[in-house]
Design a protein around this ligand. Structure first.
Ligand SMILES: Nc1ncnc2c1ncn2[C@@H]1O[C@H](COP(=O)(O)OP(=O)(O)OP(=O)(O)O)[C@@H](O)[C@H]1O
Ligand SMILES: [Mg+2]
Length: 464
């Protein structure tokens, strides 16, 4: 409990007011007394130190009930104990109805008063702790935890706000490290299921039979090694959210079973025939092109259609350069604190370098780069030299040979790979085309033709 919480005692009768005040002080609390409810209200308006009020019901001027109403209306975070002369108020129910947390009848048993004050303060304290914890969870896992205000991210937030309160299954698509798990968590925290469990399981990391019993659970003796009953994730996430990561990796036989669970909302544990109702909300994530997986018959079409109804796409970092600086500064703040370093800045050159790099590993890669620069760097400004070589080199592409606007982060086609090789070589030779052509083993004219193509496609600015 916080040191010496302040308790107000409001009573027009001096004797009763003083004796209550002394009793409460003896229990180790700070006390202020008021003979008039209006004065107490004025005090509350100017101070937020009081935690609890013990208030007489019958007083000239403003009475206890009017006082309670005022306090509740102003939403002060206060515990209230109403003191009623015997017979002046019908019942405890009535006292509570007008907004009291507790009530005592006069003549007040001082021992009882102390107990009630302590109990109520403890309850208040718990309530505060719960709300602080909830705020921490929101900060860590809620919408607030997702940094980035670029247009594509704003669109994503809009969609998330619409989807979060529903119970629809959600499919999150995004490259590795774009924040799929973060988004899944935020959806849960913004849903009516927020106070229930959020369970995550990675479908790509567990062998098929183990995954089945992880999801469905099993009865004792269901198979060799099943020495006791196990409750699966479907059941454990009842009323909560189940996050199936890397859904593309789900085994075909489990794909069928998952579809059935989604349709019937019932499961049976392995080795049992009992049907158990399950009410979980499914959030699935993938960094693969599921449509292609379906076309190539690695993923069931019916399950895909069932999942894709609500699809959230997280854009890769290279498509939202506007978020880079904010994200970098966010991680800088986190890691300086975590590693006990004084707060650092990023130099403008470093920011520019970060903005040029294509971030194939997306936000996770940026996070790692910032963490390592925080660890290795002395001083208060992180400059180009503190960034890893791949990030630094991606600027050198901007050397005399021409400024590179964007290099595809994920090399998908031969043309992508070829372009990357040519631009990188050119950068290494400081823009010297004949040397670059030589190194690449292609003719100078070919190189020139390619560079012109890249310029036309927007991968290069300013040739020459
Ligand atoms: N917009 C963001 N704001 C703050 N942190 C982010 C953001 N996006 C990602 N991160 C952080 O980057 C890291 C990777 O995010 P996360 O694990 O959610 O990505 P993922 O898409 O699930 O990746 P993978 O496909 O590799 O599983 C985490 O540390 C996460 O907190
Ligand atoms: Mg993930």
């Amino acid at each position: 409990m916080q040191d010496n919480p302040l308790v107000l005692v409001v009573d027009d009768e001096t004797g009763s007011r003083e004796s209550m005040a002394i009793a409460i002080e003896k229990a180790g609390f700070a006390v202020r007394t008021f003979d008039d409810a209006r004065k107490a209200l004025e005090f509350l308006e100017e101070n937020d130190s009081a935690r609890l009020v013990v208030c007489d019901l019958r007083m000239p001027g403003m009475d206890g009930v009017a006082f309670l109403k005022e306090v509740r209306e102003r939403k002060y975070d206060l515990g209230l104990i109403l003191v009623t002369a015997y017979g002046t108020i019908e019942s405890a129910v009535e006292a509570m109805r007008v907004g009291a947390d507790d009530y005592l009848t006069k003549p007040v048993d001082l021992y009882e008063l102390r107990q009630r004050v302590m109990n109520l303060l403890e309850k208040q304290q718990l309530k505060e702790e719960v709300s602080t914890l909830r705020q921490m969870l929101d900060k860590r896992f809620g919408f607030e935890s997702i940094v980035g205000r670029s247009a594509p991210m704003e669109r994503l937030f809009e969609q998330m706000k619409l989807v979060a309160p529903t119970r629809s299954s959600v499919l999150i698509i995004g490259e590795s490290g774009t924040g799929k798990e973060l988004v899944a968590n935020a959806l849960h925290r913004a849903s009516p299921r927020r106070n229930e469990r959020f369970l995550a399981i990675n479908c790509g990391a567990i062998p098929s039979d183990i995954l089945e019993s992880e999801l469905f659970g099993h009865e004792r003796g269901a198979f060799t090694g099943a020495v006791s009953r196990k409750i699966g994730k479907f059941e454990l996430s009842h009323r909560g959210t189940l996050f199936l990561d890397e859904i593309s990796e789900l085994y075909p036989e489990l794909q069928v079973k998952l579809l059935r669970v989604l349709e019937e909302r019932q499961i049976t544990r392995v080795g049992s025939s009992e049907l158990i109702d399950v009410d979980f909300r499914l959030i699935a994530a993938t960094n693969r092109d599921l449509e292609k997986e379906v076309a190539e018959q690695r993923f069931r079409e019916d399950l895909y259609y069932r999942l894709k109804v609500v699809t959230l796409r997280i854009p890769p970092l290279r498509e939202r350069p506007g978020d880079l600086q904010q994200l970098a500064e966010h991680f800088l703040g986190i890691f300086c604190q975590e590693h006990g370093k004084p707060v650092k800045r990023l130099s403008p050159e470093a920011v520019e370098l970060l903005a040029r790099y294509p971030w194939p590993g997306n936000v996770r890669e940026l996070r790692n780069v910032i963490e390592s620069s925080v660890i290795f760097h002395q001083g208060d400004e992180i400059g180009p030299a503190d960034l890893p070589v791949e990030v630094r080199e991606s600027t050198s592409l901007a050397a005399p040979g021409g400024a590179v606007q964007a290099v595809a982060g994920e090399l998908r086609t031969m043309a992508d790979i070829e372009r990357q090789a040519i631009l990188e070589t050119l950068a290494r030779t400081g823009g010297h085309r004949a040397k670059a052509a030589d190194l690449l083993g292609i003719g100078l004219r070919t190189l020139q033709r390619k560079l012109k193509e890249y310029k036309d496609e927007g991968f290069l600015q300013d040739l020459d």
